[in-house]
Design a protein around this ligand. Structure first.
Ligand SMILES: O=C(O)[C@H](O)[C@@H](O)[C@H](O)[C@H](O)COP(=O)(O)O
Length: 238
């Protein structure tokens, strides 16, 4: 059960005593939204984040018996590394989400090895534009620096990444703090999602989120909340 629920115009806060309880609750919400989308339009489009936080949530969601054969899964962002790399978000999703019932889902990666990032972008742009937009569900993570997706505060094209009116689907990211070059869905695509969740764990991230909400300096996570068409559902556990 959620321990506390706080609301503001930009977000709803759902706190859980245990990370496993959060994983089960978030998985239930996401499965319900995907099922509604399939009922309404015959298909559902889900974008998930990578990193170290989502594994429990992915495992819980993978076991829920919905019409996964009508679900397309893609990534919020990706490191520009081969799918065999331990840094790959596609590898994380394959190993943790596209299992059990969810193995029937279609997965569309963000990054495909190519001669250059430019070639990748062109191929991705074509492939991703063919997806059944808009996103029905997006699950974001957040770093302690207030980044989400690959909207890193030190990205050399941050203004373009955070443009809520961008026509772009996927954008390249070069940021010293990101490690390798990244690809990310544009903020404009993310904020139109029917259900936008932020999944964070630990005291550091709770403090980072609260700081980003209170700070005059607009962190990327705040830009997403401000531009979101619906309140963002924040799921947090210690
Ligand atoms: O590719 C990524 O790393 C993610 O998409 C990124 O946005 C992630 O959600 C945050 O960096 C939090 O990562 P952790 O879950 O590892 O703290």
């Amino acid at each position: 059960m959620a321990r506390e629920q706080l609301n503001s115009a930009a977000y709803s806060w759902h706190a859980f005593a245990e990370r496993q309880d959060l994983a089960a609750a978030l998985a239930g919400h996401v499965a319900g939204r995907l099922t509604n989308a399939i009922a309404e339009r015959g298909t559902a489009l889900l974008a998930v984040s990578g990193g170290t936080t989502p594994a429990k949530f992915f495992a819980s969601l993978s076991s829920i018996p919905i019409a996964w054969n009508k679900v397309t899964v893609t990534l919020v962002d990706e490191r520009c590394v081969p799918a065999s790399s331990p840094r790959s978000n596609a590898r994380l999703v394959a190993a943790n989400l596209l299992q059990n019932a969810a193995a029937a889902a279609r997965f569309v990666p963000l990054y495909q090895e190519a001669a250059s990032i430019g070639d990748t972008l062109e191929a991705d742009g074509r492939m991703l534009r063919s997806l059944p937009w808009p996103l029905d569900v997006v699950v974001l993570g957040m770093g302690a620096d207030g980044h989400t997706a690959s909207f890193f505060p030190d990205a050399d094209n941050l203004e373009k990444l955070l443009d809520p009116f961008s026509e772009r689907v996927v954008l390249p990211v070069h940021a010293a703090s990101a490690g390798e070059p990244r690809l990310t869905l544009s903020l404009a695509r993310i904020v139109r999602a029917g259900f936008l969740a932020l999944h964070i764990e630990g005291e550091d991230k709770r403090k980072a989120f609260e700081s980003a909400m209170a700070s005059e300096t607009r962190k990327p996570i705040r830009a997403v909340l401000d531009a979101a068409e619906r309140p963002v559902e924040v799921f947090w556990a210690p």
